[in-house]
Design a protein around this ligand. Structure first.
Ligand SMILES: [Zn+2]
Length: 237
């Protein structure tokens, strides 16, 4: 039965309003970043996210690691609501911020931004099953739309060994947990080697262990990795 049958048009305005208000009580819509009512995300959180200046995160990697903003405040809440609460509409503003980080990673001296292949870091299988989607791939697609320069998303990385949850592990433990954990499902096309730059993308970078393993796995299969970009990085000290 469609909603039109539930809400006949004749004399139904107050019924609709009542049901809408009731639905809001059961599952109220609010900004995932700041809690403002009836919008998600609110314009203030969107502008705050998009105005943040991407910065280099210092990691012992041979390619730059860029984060659009710090993992704090509304940005942190937006990422978590997108990732674990199924707020898929947040992919657009978060992906735009990710696109800005990608741009900073690859911008040429003359200011031009080449088309790149965005490779999302892979999720553990249990997380893919639990969420029913690859949240980082969603952000990568939104970043491509933001870049609007022919960049593509290539989801070629797979997890190839059992992984512990990274939460609560030290940086050393994370590195050991992730050593050899990723593999590219196909090698770089011969024609793209050394020509089509690759940027690894993620929602959050912390210790950099995940980024390092992603870069290692891609380079082992002939990909030309020029940087890592994330929505959120460590807070500035
Ligand atoms: Zn907000």
């Amino acid at each position: 039965m469609s909603s039109d049958h539930l809400f006949p048009s004749q004399g139904s305005t107050s019924l609709r309003a009542t049901v809408h208000a009731w639905a809001q009580l059961v599952a109220p819509l609010s900004c995932a970043g700041c809690g403002a009512p009836d919008v998600s995300p609110c314009p203030i959180c969107c502008v705050t996210l998009l105005r943040s200046v991407p910065r280099v995160v210092h990691h012992p990697l041979h390619v730059p690691v860029i984060a659009a903003t710090a993992y704090a405040g509304p940005a942190r809440r937006l990422v978590l609501m997108h990732k674990d609460r199924g707020r898929t509409s947040l992919a657009t503003p978060l992906g735009a911020a990710l696109g800005a980080a990608v741009r900073k990673a690859v911008v040429a001296v003359d200011g031009s931004v080449p088309a790149v292949q965005l490779v999302p870091v892979p999720s553990r299988r249990m997380n893919l099953v639990r969420r029913g989607r690859s949240t980082v791939a969603e952000l990568a697609q939104a970043a491509c739309r933001e870049l609007d320069n022919g960049s593509t998303v290539e989801s070629v990385l797979r997890v190839c060994q059992p992984l512990r949850d990274q939460v609560g592990l030290t940086a050393d433990q994370r590195r050991r947990n992730l050593a050899g954990a990723f593999v590219a499902s196909r090698p770089a096309h011969e024609a793209a080697r050394g020509k089509m730059p690759v940027v690894v993308v993620d929602d959050i970078v912390t210790s950099g262990a995940t980024s390092a393993e992603a870069v290692r796995a891609l380079e082992a299969s002939g990909y030309w990795v020029v940087g890592v970009a994330a929505v959120c990085g460590p807070r500035q000290r």
